[in-house]
Write a protein of this length. Structure first.
Length: 258
């Protein structure tokens, strides 16, 4: 898919893309920073944004079906929809924040496409997520890209991956945002809220081992960047009850959670 990176105009507090202005803020202030449509708060660094542009523009796929786990202030929804122009774009979250997504849905609809944001949907409820997409698309749930920027919790993220990765089309991309939080400075001390939680990087480890254990049939490639990991779906079939953490060839040795 060809994405022209020069469509992004960088300015002092963020960037312009299409009809939208994105204010970049990844601190606690992002939750309360005023942003009235067509302005959105986007909790992504410039490096993260430019990585998405590079990775997605290099893919030969047309990203017709997009799924986002995690909405927050809605900035990522407006960003990915404008960048990829998918036919169907579903975004879910467990709770609703102030956003301009109602206006975004109207704009997308005027272009003959569909954007739907749904709340009170847990990222682990993959059956409901699949059903919601079928209802909006009148087709079986098949995604070209899935972006998980939701809980960043190891168990919840792994459950989502195991339920949704089988719904990814061949060559599709499953993105794990903020996969490295357990290896960042603020989370190293025992006073950190998440200090005792297993790291999301364990899932990246599983994906890498699955890539070589299955000879690229299930996962064809894994690209790791500081902000996000991109897991590419291979062309091989998946067994019922797919579990990323199972069936890895480790010479009989146990994997230890970080």
């Amino acid at each position: 898919m060809v994405i022209a990176s020069n469509t992004i105009n960088w300015v002092a507090d963020g960037f312009d893309l299409g009809p939208f202005h994105f204010v970049q803020d990844w601190e606690e202030t992002a939750l309360t920073r005023p942003a009235v449509y067509p302005k959105f708060v986007l909790m992504k660094t410039r490096n993260n944004v430019e990585t998405y542009v590079r990775v997605l523009s290099q893919s030969p796929k047309n990203f017709s079906n997009v799924l986002e786990l995690g909405i927050m202030r809605g900035g990522s929804c407006a960003f990915f929809n404008t960048l990829l122009r998918p036919q169907y774009h579903l975004a879910i979250d467990i709770c609703e924040q102030e956003s301009g997504l109602g206006h975004l849905a109207e704009l997308v609809s005027s272009d003959g496409r569909i954007f739907v944001s749904r709340y009170e949907v847990d990222q682990t409820d993959t059956g409901t997520i699949a059903r919601l997409f079928s209802e909006m698309s009148s087709a079986d749930p098949v995604f070209d890209v899935i972006i998980d920027d939701a809980s960043h919790d190891y168990e919840m993220t792994l459950q989502s991956f195991n339920g949704l990765f089988p719904l990814l089309s061949a060559g599709g991309i499953y993105v794990l945002e903020d996969w490295g939080w357990a290896h960042w400075g603020p989370f190293q001390g025992p006073n950190s809220t998440w200090f005792g939680n297993p790291a999301m990087s364990n899932i990246v480890h599983y994906a890498t081992l699955c890539c070589t254990t299955q000879a690229g049939n299930v996962i064809s490639r894994v690209e790791v960047t500081p902000d996000a990991t991109f897991v590419y779906r291979g062309t091989g079939p998946l067994e019922p009850g797919f579990a990323l953490e199972s069936g890895l060839l480790t010479r009989g040795r146990n994997l230890t959670l970080l």
